[in-house]
Design a protein around this ligand. Structure first.
Ligand SMILES: [Zn+2]
Length: 148
């Protein structure tokens, strides 16, 4: 798994998690990556986090200091595990009902809680356009064992 610092054309900065650099390029080309703040799909990649930075390709880009400091020394495998565990422990799996359930929570028709589940890129974008905070994950969070 790889973390990229991303920014949209409105200059919102956010993190994206991807299975690989190729996967990022593919999702970007298919406009599957959208800004969690405004839903824009005009996304650009910022300087990579240091633990995936090979130290050559990104030399020409300006450094983002606080991001480098924040992530220095973290083992990416460990981080990935923690990230998945955090999601598993702090969300309820609602499966394919995710878009419906996310809306119900947002509009107060269901208990306010964090959920995870399955949704298409288009469904996620729709939710985001309604103002609902939704984050697309590059992997199925219900099957963390497949990640390795
Ligand atoms: Zn944005």
């Amino acid at each position: 798994m790889i973390v990229y610092n991303l920014a949209c054309d409105q200059n919102h900065h956010f993190e994206g998690w991807f299975a690989s650099g190729d996967e990022f390029d593919k999702q970007l080309a298919n406009r599957q990556i959208s800004c969690p703040n405004c839903g824009s799909t005009k996304i650009t990649k910022q300087l990579s986090a240091p633990y995936v930075n090979k130290g050559t390709a990104e030399k020409n880009q300006p450094a983002t200091k606080e991001t480098e400091t924040a992530l220095t020394g973290l083992n990416p495998r460990h981080l990935q595990k923690q990230f998945i565990e955090y999601i598993m422990q702090n969300t309820e799996d609602v499966g394919t009902k995710f878009p419906d359930e996310a809306r119900k929570i947002y509009y107060g028709e269901s208990d306010n809680r964090s959920i995870r589940g399955e949704a298409s890129g288009a469904a996620i974008k729709e939710l985001q356009e309604e103002g609902i905070e939704v984050y697309g994950l590059p992997v199925d969070p219900s099957t963390p064992d497949k990640l390795n």
